[in-house]
Ligand binder design. Sequence first.
Ligand SMILES: [Zn+2]
Length: 250
Amino acid sequence: MSRPDPIISPAIITRVKEFGESDLLVTFFTRESGLQKGVAKGARRSLKRFVNCLDAFCLASLEYTPKKQRDLCFIHSGKLLEAHQGLRSEYGSFSRASFIVELAETLFPPGVSDPRVFDLLKDSLKALSDEGGNILIPITFEARAMAIGGYRINLEKCCICGRAYKGEGRAVFVREKGGISCLGCRQESALSPGMEPESIRALRQMQDNDLGQLKGLDLSGGCLKEIKNVLKLHREYRLEKRLKTAKFLD
Ligand SMILES: [Zn+2]
């Protein structure tokens, strides 16, 4: 039986666990194949083959033999590309990085890959590391990752009467429809919170653009709060679970 050839690919390490006597169990994202799990044999002994690259949130170049279906892949060696040191030195940055990684793993489990998510994750970890845990980064990550995962909030029209939203006046988030409605169709409440036009505009940009295109996105505290709350209601409703790390956004 022939084995597949090893491949070398940039990878974002999401989790590392001790495994057996001297091995590490490593979970990582690649651009082409999405989330994968593999064993780095002897990694706790070998200083040469994995120089400081098997740490959560690192970007590394991994050499590995792809697995068959659900088996663990075999990681031969790795080289550090970006340590994202800022994520280890500051608690706020570390906890927000933990949130985006958990959300990415939940939305894109093994077998469900999208190259845009790898790029988004890579850019977001770097930005969090460089910018000291800026709260805008996990919020933007969430809006965009949910949209790529098929859960884009429809902000173009009232999801009840169908009237186009022209960007004027408050609208209401309607959780069960994954959209917004006009005030005539739904009243504001805790589960159907209202949104300012500025929030709707910003959320639309976050859903549809890469992080790099959002430079200079300037949000008032009120809008950020509205968007964060809507995304939380949307996430919990669509994913039907609470993420362990979601508390780090507060
Ligand atoms: Zn309506």
